[in-house]
Design a protein around this ligand. Structure first.
Ligand code: NDP
Ligand code: 2IT
Length: 450
């Protein structure tokens, strides 16, 4: 007997655990969604028909391949590449590519599963997928990154396309890597198929505001969530973990909303700057020089401090925004945040809060925004990039950001309304899981048993 799960969904989870052995992150993601679905099947038992939920938990296709490349010393290196095409009921598979040494099949499956519901929540015609490699980009030269990306795409190009599967960035994959991958796709296929990848540079078919979209979208979502309690970002102390794409543009929008970001991190440690993190300096260190966060304190001088390792969540704050990676915020961290008076938590990363942490926040009445709703602005703007590519158009920054803001308002309101409809007002986890599920399930049902 699995606790917290509706009796009728027990065999579904048991089967997922059995046939996906050794994939704890995938188990965690599936379990969290199934826990929310108990109320759906109680109201609409027909969702139990035709193994619909079992099919949603099984990826449509999983591709694993060898990625050989030559490093600067002339040595041959081997990595493993993945693309999991999870669900195409709503549109072509869509989701990022992650380059990080921790990548394995279970990680990519958890991300593809989450992506399916996230993409459904955007209301745009995109299915769910994810890819990546256990390649570690840290310390690699531009030439090595390029050769790796070219080798990765040499296999991946057989499986993607504007109407098939549209990858983008994620951890370790930003504008530079997307450029190298698009270049190799174009060379291999002889086609300028701009809509095959998103997150492209503005020089060759990218969308304005895509780089900013995940972080800005998170700030819009959390801002609207705060407003349900009459609160605002202005004058709040905010802690943002990570210092990559999502973290930096979250900080930029929080700043614009009048909040004060006092801490951020990378995998080596975190910095605290009570005067407010200097974003120009942070961008210079992270985006241009590609250095470690410790460098911030050396460049900034007095006032800022660096804490090697340790938990960034010990920094007292009103609002916490985890934007680094999965399971980075434990139950103990959540208890510390609650003790320090946190009022809202928003997930910029995918599944950064461990299940115990989510329970601690919800039991304490802290506003909690789950990643599949709160960080959907990135993929939503990717879909806007696909629209611009398809119509051979290019929109202004303001126009694109306005669309993003309206999509985030809509996702927030759909999650809130769904939570209310299912008897738990203010439970955004339940609202996001149910609203995402219903959209995917309805499309799958209409398409027959496929
Ligand atoms: P980046 O590679 O730009 O930045 C990642 C940041 O997180 C870096 O500061 C990195 O530190 C830190 N980090 C990564 N792995 C770990 C780890 N194992 N332990 C501690 N810190 C770590 O990635 P993104 O900003 O694009 O992605 C961050 C999160 O947001 C991920 O969960 C991603 O899936 C999610 N996301 C991204 C979207 C996007 O559009 N890019 C959209 C929606 C969600 P270091 O440099 O030391 O490794
Ligand atoms: O997790 C995510 O939503 C992303 N990494 C962005 C995916 C995309 O296709 O833009």
């Amino acid at each position: 007997m699995i606790t917290g799960l509706d009796e009728k969904l027990q065999p579904v989870l048991e089967e997922v655990l059995r046939r996906n052995a050794g994939e704890p992150e995938f188990h965690q993601a599936v379990r969290e969604v199934l826990e929310s679905l108990g109320r759906v099947v109680a109201k609409h038992p027909d969702y139990l028909d035709d193994a619909l939920i079992e099919r949603i938990c099984e990826p449509e296709r999983q591709i694993i391949f060898r990625v050989p490349w030559v490093d600067d010393a002339g040595q041959v290196q081997i990595n493993r590449g993945f693309r999991v095409q999870f669900n195409s009921a709503l549109g072509p598979y869509k989701g990022g590519i992650r380059f990080h040494p921790s990548v394995n099949l279970g990680i990519i499956k958890f991300l593809g599963f989450e992506q399916t519901f996230k993409n459904a929540l955007t209301g745009m015609p995109i299915g769910g997928g994810k890819g990546g490699s256990d390649f570690n980009p840290r310390g690699r030269s531009d030439g090595e990154i390029m050769r790796f990306c070219q080798s990765f795409m040499t296999e991946l190009h057989k499986h993607i396309g504007e109407y098939v599967d549209v990858p983008a960035g994620d951890i370790g994959v930003g504008g530079r890597e997307i450029g190298y991958m698009f270049g190799q796709f174009k060379r291999l296929t002889g086609r300028y198929e701009a809509g095959v990848l998103t997150g492209k540079g503005l020089a060759y078919g990218g969308s304005r505001a895509r780089r900013e979209a995940t972080g800005y979208g998170l700030a819009y979502f959390v801002g609207r969530m705060l407003s349900t309690r009459g609160a605002v970002f202005a004058d709040k102390r905010v802690v943002v973990s990570g210092s990559g794409n999502v973290a930096i543009y979250t900080m930029e929008k929080v700043d614009a909303f009048g909040g004060k970001v006092v801490a951020c991190s990378d995998s080596g440690g975190y910095i605290v700057d009570d005067a407010g993190v200097d974003l120009d300096l942070l961008k210079e260190i992270k985006e241009v020089r590609r250095e470690r966060i410790a460098e911030y304190v050396r460049s900034k001088g007095a006032g800022a401090r660096y804490i090697e390792r340790g938990s960034i969540w010990e920094t007292p704050c009103d609002i916490a925004l985890p934007c680094a990676t999965q399971n980075e915020l434990t139950g103990k961290d959540a208890a510390t945040l609650v003790a320090n008076g946190v009022i809202a938590v928003g997930e910029g990363a995918n599944m950064p809060c461990m299940p115990e942490a989510v329970r601690v926040f919800q039991d304490a009445g802290v506003l909690f925004a789950p990643g599949k709703a709160a960080n959907a602005g990135g993929v939503a703007t990717s879909a806007l990039e696909m629209q611009q590519n398809a119509s051979r158009d290019s929109w202004t920054f303001e126009q694109t950001e306005e669309r993003l803001a309206s999509i985030m308002r809509n996702i927030h309101d759909v999650c809130a309304a769904t939570a209310e409809e299912y008897g738990s007002p203010g439970d955004y986890v339940l609202g996001a899981n149910i609203a995402g599920f219903v959209r995917v399930a309805e499309a799958m049902r209409a398409l027959g048993v496929i």
